[in-house]
Write a protein that binds this ligand. Structure first.
Ligand code: MG
Length: 188
């Protein structure tokens, strides 16, 4: 039996990026801690694209063209108060550490090769230690694909499409709906 202090803490992260490669430049990070019923804490930061390119992260013209086609609230939100990549990543690490030891972090992203891999690659590009353990990687896209929800059980979209925090919170609501529907709990 695990002690309370060793209980896993679950986080959903969503990145907005300028490429879909695993070394993509990151333009915003949204992340929220959650449990079976609630969203507990949130963190959001925009990232200065130039600082990503200077760190060697990738920009793909087709992703830039995709962004130009998106709704203006999502594009405008990217421009506000952008932080240097170093400041953004150390800020995220500090926010995670405020909760306790890193070995209990379970980090959910949307796609086994997407958010978590890109974020790990950005920490590596700056020679910073990634603030969650590799065994804490979790894939929400897999869970969503394997545990289908009837339309009546599907939670409504919150906020702005492609706003990283709104996307993360929407995914959390979906995950919580799956847990309810299939009578499951978050893992340890
Ligand atoms: Mg998103």
């Amino acid at each position: 039996m695990m002690k309370d202090s060793q209980m896993a803490r679950h986080y959903m992260v969503d990145l907005e990026t300028m490429s879909t490669a695993s070394n993509a430049a990151i333009v915003s990070v949204g992340i929220a801690e959650y449990n079976e019923t609630d969203v507990l804490r949130t963190f959001y930061t925009n990232v200065d694209l130039k600082s990503c390119v200077e760190a060697g992260l990738a920009v793909d013209p087709s992703t830039i063209m995709w962004w130009i086609e998106q709704a203006s609230p999502a594009r405008a939100a990217l421009m506000k108060d952008s932080k240097h990549l170093t400041v953004a990543l150390t800020g995220l690490a500090t926010w995670l550490q405020d909760d306790g030891p890193s070995n209990i972090i379970r980090l959910w992203g949307n796609g086994a090769s997407f958010d978590n891999a890109i974020l790990a690659s950005a920490y590596k590009a700056l020679n910073l230690q990634q603030p969650w353990p590799y065994w804490g990687d979790r894939c929400f896209r897999t869970v969503r694909g394997e545990f289908a929800l009837d339309p009546a059980d599907q939670p409504p979209r919150v906020g702005t499409y492609h706003n990283a925090l709104d996307d993360a919170v929407t995914q959390i609501h979906w995950h919580q709906a799956i847990l309810r529907r299939y009578n499951m709990r978050l893992g340890s």
